[in-house]
Design a protein. Structure first.
Length: 357
């Protein structure tokens, strides 16, 4: 088990900075997820923690040991990759046992550890097969097993589920969460999939252009985003954004003829300020008695719910509705938005507005 700290870590490739001044403290036994779009620096961050990339500036610590210049094989970590990285000529048993054999473990110890890992991963019946005889999900379980038997101080996972279909990803997420709880080991997980991040993480680190945007619990990231990027990256459908300003005379957001009530604590003394209003689709209620109204422009049924595009002048809102809602394209409908659920971002900086003192 390990507490992992990065202090001012920067990784540059010539003139390109992949990770910029990363400072983060990952607690012992924590499940930390690095989340962001492709090219944001999350995999580079994982590689520098593992020692696969040498950092340009800063320091990395495992507990009280500085490991900045320590080679990967001495960091006592295990990595699981997107590509599985299995030896095709070896059986499942041999693939899982490979790391133990390199460490000089005896046959009895190897057999016991491989069997125990295979049982935990529900692949006991596959031990005699080779990778080409396995499905994608089975191969990923073998890759997990190979890491599991080593009992490392930390598990590092780089988008391990991205090659699997949707149903398999859900079952593998459950398995990984159970492994984390049973092993009591630090997990660091890289993904661009917000569902993986929200369901797996104790905390999430959102990255963009090599810079950490926010580190928080899944609830904090989703409900209290610090800027527009974080707010827009989390959520499906994405948060609605509307440019406008805070009214001078009342606690309201104004965009042309559109007025939306705001929480007075958020707007005191800020009349005339240019802002961006953020509204999550699930925070808009459809009903006859409402503050706003608009015309249904599009309906996207998803089985368990419906996504409804509502046109209000030059503004289009995506609203999440129940599957029972009886709505047709062209209908004029009312909308109610709880002012406490709205998000406000400064138009110039994209930073979230805090409540006024």
């Amino acid at each position: 088990m390990a507490r992992i700290r990065c202090e001012g870590v920067t990784k540059s490739y010539g003139a390109v900075t992949a990770v910029s001044r990363l400072t983060i403290d990952i607690a012992d036994r924590e499940f930390m997820v690095f989340l962001g779009p492709s090219g944001c620096g999350k995999t580079t961050t994982l590689n520098v923690i593992a020692g696969l990339e040498q950092i340009s500036e800063g320091d990395i610590w495992f507990d009280e040991k500085r490991v900045t210049l320590v080679p990967p094989h001495q960091r006592e970590i295990a990595m699981v990759f997107q590509s599985y990285a299995l030896y095709p000529q070896k059986t499942v048993f041999e693939n899982i046992a490979f790391g133990l054999r390199l460490r000089g473990a005896g046959k009895t110890e190897i057999a016991a550890k491989v069997t125990a890992a295979a049982k935990e991963l529900e692949i006991e019946h596959l031990l005699a097969r080779r990778p080409q005889q396995l499905s994608g999900g089975q191969r990923q379980r073998v890759a997990l097993g190979r890491a599991l038997v080593r009992r490392p101080t930390a598990f590092l996972m780089d988008e391990p589920l991205s090659n699997l279909d949707a149903a398999l990803r859900v079952s593998m997420r459950t398995l990984i969460k159970k492994l984390h709880r049973s092993m009591g080991t630090t997990f660091i997980y890289v993904t661009h999939d917000q569902a993986e991040a929200m369901t797996l993480a104790d905390r999430i680190t959102v990255m963009h252009n090599g810079v950490v945007q926010q580190v928080d619990t899944p609830d904090g990231i989703y409900n209290r985003p610090v800027n527009r990027f974080v707010a827009g990256f989390l959520g499906s459908p994405q948060m609605n954004f509307i440019d406008g300003e805070i009214a001078h005379a009342a606690a309201a957001f104004v965009h042309g003829a559109l007025r939306v009530k705001l929480d007075a604590a958020r707007t005191r003394g800020q009349g005339g300020r240019k802002v961006i209003l953020g509204v999550r689709p699930e925070d808009v209620e459809i009903g006859r008695s409402a503050d706003l109204s608009g015309q249904v422009a599009l309906i996207s049924p998803l089985g368990s719910e419906q996504h409804v595009n509502v046109q209000m002048g030059d503004v289009e809102l995506i609203v999440r509705a129940s599957k029972e809602a009886r709505i047709a394209i062209g209908d004029q409908i009312g909308l109610t938005i709880d002012p406490r659920r709205l998000h406000l971002f400064d138009a110039a900086s994209d930073q979230a507005l805090a409540a006024s003192p």
